[in-house]
Design a protein around this ligand. Structure first.
Ligand SMILES: [Zn+2]
Length: 89
């Protein structure tokens, strides 16, 4: 998980190097207010800790969805076989 801030100047998201250990940890580490330079427009602005957003990479979510889908297909095929056996027996 990465941390990102929405730049108040160019409105683009940029990542900050601090690790996501929770907001309280971050507040101890860098304080409630801190200055960050946007990696897009290079403008330094003051941000509040509440403006920090956690950026989750899309991969784990995608993996969860595909595993769920496979499981659904698996259960369905099991039910299908059961149904088939009932007809045959
Ligand atoms: Zn910017």
């Amino acid at each position: 998980m990465k941390l990102q801030i929405n730049c108040t100047n160019c409105k683009k998201h940029f990542f900050i190097e601090e690790k996501a250990m929770g907001r309280n940890y971050l507040m101890d580490e860098i304080g409630a207010y801190f200055e960050k330079r946007c990696t897009h427009c290079n403008v330094k602005k003051e941000y509040h800790i509440n403006q920090v957003e956690a950026h989750e990479s899309g991969l784990p979510k995608l993996l969860g969805v595909s595993v769920g889908l496979l499981l659904m297909i698996f259960i369905r095929s099991l039910l299908g076989i059961k149904e088939l056996l009932r007809i045959l027996v």
